[in-house]
Design a binder for this molecule. Structure first.
Ligand code: RTP
Ligand code: MG
Length: 138
């Protein structure tokens, strides 16, 4: 069993895609062990995306991710980290597999609807950044 951090980004929430994305997660069979709607602080956003600090799109990315409520989730299941990345599809929706969330719901890399941790280390770090231990089911 693996846990991963997943998020519906502000564009997804604003566009009313929350229920659809939650339905996909539940149909897939992941257990939602954490779930909350929140506005991300600038500090948390800069920390979350620290690996991109030197990239030209960093400022835009932080503005975007703090610009409206997100849905933060902790998903549990077998191979949940790679499995959720697969359900999201490639970062650039133009390259996302047909039927994936980004292929179905997004047109630009900048606003691509969802986030998922890319490794076990990222998952542990991001879950700790967004959730207190008592907010997660045992
Ligand atoms: P994420 O971290 O959000 O799950 O996405 P990812 O792993 O598929 O992609 P990553 O390389 O980590 O990039 C993080 C997010 O930054 C935005 N981005 N914009 N304008 C650009 O060229 C560009 N490149 C990346 C996207 O929102 C991407 O999801
Ligand atoms: Mg990433």
């Amino acid at each position: 069993m693996e846990r991963t951090f997943a998020m519906i980004k502000p564009d997804g929430v604003r566009r009313g895609l929350t229920a659809d994305i939650l339905a996909r997660i539940q149909r897939k069979g992941y257990r939602l062990v954490g779930l909350k709607q929140m506005v991300i602080s600038r500090e948390t956003a800069e920390n979350h995306y620290a690996e991109h600090k030197e990239r030209p799109f960093f400022g835009e990315l932080v503005e975007f991710i703090t610009g409206g409520p997100v849905v933060a989730m902790a998903l549990e299941g077998e191979n949940a980290i790679l499995g959720w990345r697969g359900m999201m599809g490639a970062t650039n929706p133009a390259n996302a597999a047909p039927g994936s969330i980004r292929a179905d719901f997004a047109t630009t890399t900048g606003e691509n609807v969802t986030h998922g941790s890319d490794s076990a280390e990222s998952a542990e770090r991001e879950l700790g950044l967004f959730f207190k231990a008592e907010e997660l089911l045992k």
